[in-house]
Write a protein that binds this ligand. Structure first.
Ligand code: FEO
Length: 404
């Protein structure tokens, strides 16, 4: 195999793999593919930070071999045990026979529970250091960002943070650095990653950012485990993270729905018209036309989430139920909400949606809006008025900063 490492700094090389073809990452649509980033530190103790998904092991070893003899790797550090970063680890340990393999205390446990390794993993505590000769590493435990084992590794002399999933995105590219990629693409893919992976841990992210500021850790480069390396203006991605973690409601409404015979669709369109007329940015996303992970990206900065479903067999339409389950797990905060939908005879869906939204802590701003069979002009005026009402409350909240 002929693959080359990419130089990041004087001592650090990218030795990961680009997965151009993956389109589903445990239920998250990866329309742009992804990368599994591993990094090689050329120090007296040559050190590999994370590995790659199992099937890309040989690509990673070939990239390492373009810089050093792979068996000269002395240390391997696993920042995160999830299999997209540790899948190749057991075979790599077997082939390279490193002196030591390190992980957080929880990481050592998790790796053993995944791979039942014969050789021990050296556990590291928060704040521990590791001398590699002329270079020094420091470990920052980031438990539940986003797994119990997660940690980050800071390379002091190069002011460089290996941030595992943090500050990453699913984006396959021939470019290795964020400053070589369009900022709109970066922001969209980073937001999608945040909304679908990190959102439930937003309060921990704010604490981490505070801690980094308090410790005055100088940060010039961020090397995540997915997507490009941030080597310029790292403040930009940190500012994006701070804003997403704060979850301040924006004057934007998302209408998420599905429809059987277009009645719920007509209601959605009328609600959207009322919202737009009040100057609110609107997104309408029918669930059979949009992947749930793309809908979550829009939830991230929406101040209002309005959910609609026809009643099917006394319940919520399956795509809408799927989305509600998914959104509930991601624990969005500071949202206004409303429920609507058409029905034929029993009409439970809108009420069930309202119950689900309430259980998520979403503040309902109106009674569920329901229509039997097909909405007439009067009903559509009611729907439009409902859109106007939601918009007015949302504008008041975003102006006052009182939402939530
Ligand atoms: Fe990229 Fe949590 O694994």
């Amino acid at each position: 195999m002929e693959f080359k490492a990419v130089r990041v700094t004087e001592h650090v090389y990218w030795v990961g793999a680009v997965d151009w073809s993956v389109r589903d990452f445990h239920g998250y649509s990866t329309e742009r593919g992804t990368t599994y980033n591993a990094y090689l530190i050329l120090a007296d103790k040559i050190t590999l930070i994370d590995t790659v998904k199992a099937q890309f092991k040989n690509e990673m070893l070939a990239r390492i071999a373009s810089v050093v003899e792979p068996t000269s790797v002395a240390y391997i550090i696993s920042n995160h045990a999830e299999m997209d970063h540790s899948g190749a680890l057991p075979a790599v340990i077997q082939e390279l026979q490193p002196e030591k393999v390190f992980a957080s205390v929880m990481g050592a446990k998790a790796l053993n529970e995944h791979y039942h390794l014969r050789s021990p993993i050296v556990p590291l505590k928060d704040g521990d250091g590791l001398n590699l000769g002329k270079l020094n590493l420091k470990f920052i435990e980031t438990r539940m960002l986003h797994w119990p084992d997660s940690m980050m590794t800071y390379l002091t002399e190069e002011r460089l943070l290996f941030s595992q999933d943090g500050f990453g995105m699913h984006l396959a590219s021939g470019k290795r650095f964020a400053d070589e990629i369009d900022e709109g693409v970066l922001r969209l893919q980073a937001a999608k990653y945040y909304a679908n992976i990190l959102l439930p841990y937003s309060s921990l992210i704010l604490k981490l950012l505070e801690r980094v500021a308090e410790l005055s850790i100088p940060l010039d480069i961020i090397c995540p485990d997915h997507g490009p390396v941030w080597r310029r203006d790292v403040g930009n991605i940190i500012d994006w993270y701070r804003a997403w973690a704060q979850q301040s409601p924006q004057p934007k409404a998302l209408i998420v729905y599905d429809t059987m015979w277009q009645s719920t669709d007509l209601m959605a369109r009328s609600i959207a018209d009322g919202l737009s007329a009040e100057g609110i940015e609107v997104r309408m996303m029918r669930l059979r036309a949009n992947d749930r992970s793309d809908v979550m990206t829009e939830v991230l900065d929406a101040g209002a989430v309005i959910v609609g479903s026809p009643t099917l067999n006394n319940g919520i339409f399956p795509t809408v139920a799927d989305f509600l389950t998914y959104m509930k797990g991601l624990k969005p905060k500071n949202k206004l909400g409303a429920a609507f939908g058409s029905y034929g005879w029993s009409g439970e869906a809108a009420g069930l949606i309202a119950d689900e939204l309430k259980a998520m802590g979403i503040e309902l701003v109106m009674e569920p809006l329901k229509v039997k069979y097909v909405p007439d002009r009067e009903v559509l005026i009611k729907c439009r008025d409902a859109g106007v009402r939601v918009a007015q409350i949302l504008k008041q909240r975003t102006n006052d900063g009182k939402a939530g």
